[in-house]
Design a protein around this ligand. Structure first.
Ligand code: ATP
Ligand code: MG
Length: 360
């Protein structure tokens, strides 16, 4: 949900997960009210077009189907990344503005930051007791982080991050988590925690659902340097970027030496990524967009994409500017979201105390 990593041994093979996602889509169309979705992002900077096409559009779709969608801003999970926490409030409010501008409707969906919901975080205590150090250490994101910081420098918060994520998902008893396939191991650990909790404390009537991952059909959008578009890689086109900035970024986007424009994601990832972005903006098949460009070359493709993206983002950017000028409204959205999340979390924590015989 919040980070990208590789699937570990033992995780459900992507094909099975893919098949299950198709079934879930059919169930969603039949009875959206049966589902509660928890999804979220770390507030590490402005959201970009990778988020828009990769995940935000899907969240809006689920919301519009009538699913109860909770969108979590994982602010505790930025502590270790930040040199100074002073910029956090601006990033959090910016993220709220990005969500609303992209179509998340705070009247129907719940937007909140997990640091504000004490009862959610308290669930970490029993959940930590249900997994072993070895199980957490096997999580691919934890393993990657461990390797990248040379092991001993890793914070205990980062180490326990998959358990925190289980608390994020289970506090509201979400049963559906839209994810990329890299995130399936995280869902697996959350399911393990739910199953063990139920087995230990609520064997007759399972209390926590075992949430399922809904694989997004979302493409992986590449940044202007040809690697995954990421907030932290200086390769992103922010949703809120100006039209000139967008043009400038696209102008420097990596392409290749072939003049003919084609859509061949395997063989020509960079050119195909630009074609795909244009196609997503124009709501047309990428093959058609490529065929129409034909011999127009990279310059023609970039001109088309700049116009299409600026056109597609214009209303969103307009709305986002209005929202940015109204921080009081953004704070009120967060406050309302926090209230709703706390109401839910309080019920869950009270139930958990009862079930664990911690109610005196
Ligand atoms: P960071 O660089 O801080 O890790 P990021 O840009 O990778 O930031 P995340 O907050 O890690 O963004 O991502 C949140 C979710 O957004 C991911 O799990 C993924 O579903 C989606 N996402 C992020 N980047 C892309 C992308 N380039 N293409 C498609 N989806 C993306
Ligand atoms: Mg990331």
């Amino acid at each position: 949900m919040f980070n990208v990593s590789l699937a570990p041994p033992g995780a459900e093979p992507p094909d099975a997960a893919q098949l299950r996602s198709h079934q879930l889509e059919a169930e969603l169309r039949q009875d959206a009210g049966r589902f509660r979705v928890l999804t979220g992002d770390r507030p590490t900077g402005p959201l970009h077009v990778g988020h828009l096409f990769g995940t935000l559009a899907n969240r809006v779709r689920l919301q519009d189907l009538g699913v109860d969608v909770l969108v979590l801003i994982a602010d505790y999970q930025t502590i270790t990344d930040r040199e100074s926490p002073a910029g956090l409030p601006a990033d959090v409010l910016g993220q709220v503005a990005d969500y609303i501008a992209a179509g998340i409707d705070p009247e129907r969906s719940t937007i909140f930051a997990h640091s504000q919901v004490e009862e959610l975080n308290q669930l970490m205590m029993p959940f930590l007791s249900l997994v072993s150090v070895a199980e957490v250490a096997r999580n691919p994101t934890v393993k990657d982080e461990f390797a990248s910081v040379g092991g001993s420098a890793m914070s205990a918060l980062m180490f326990t991050y998959p358990v925190h994520q289980a608390a994020d998902i289970l506090f509201c008893r979400a049963n559906l988590v839209p994810v990329g396939s890299d995130q399936l191991p995280h869902i697996e650990l959350t399911r393990t925690i739910a199953r063990r909790f139920n087995g230990c404390y609520s064997p007759r009537r399972p209390y926590f659902p075992e949430p399922e991952g809904l694989l997004t059909q979302a493409p992986l959008i590449l940044g202007v340097d040809g690697t995954k578009m990421s907030k932290s890689r200086a390769n992103a086109i922010a949703m809120a970027a100006s039209e000139d900035e967008t043009a400038r970024l696209i102008r420097r986007a990596k392409t290749d030496a072939e003049r003919e424009i084609t859509y061949e994601p395997e063989r020509r990832p960079e050119v195909s990524n630009l074609v795909l972005l244009a196609a997503l903006c124009l709501e047309r098949p990428p093959e058609d967009v490529a065929a129409e460009l034909g011999g127009a070359g990279a310059a023609g493709l970039k001109r088309l994409l700049t116009d299409a993206l600026n056109e597609r983002l214009r209303p969103l950017r307009h709305r986002r500017r209005e929202l940015a000028n109204d921080p009081a409204y953004l704070r009120s959205v967060l406050a309302n979201g926090t209230n709703r999340a706390r109401e839910i979390a309080t019920v869950t924590l009270n139930d958990v105390r009862e079930l664990m015989h911690n109610a005196y």
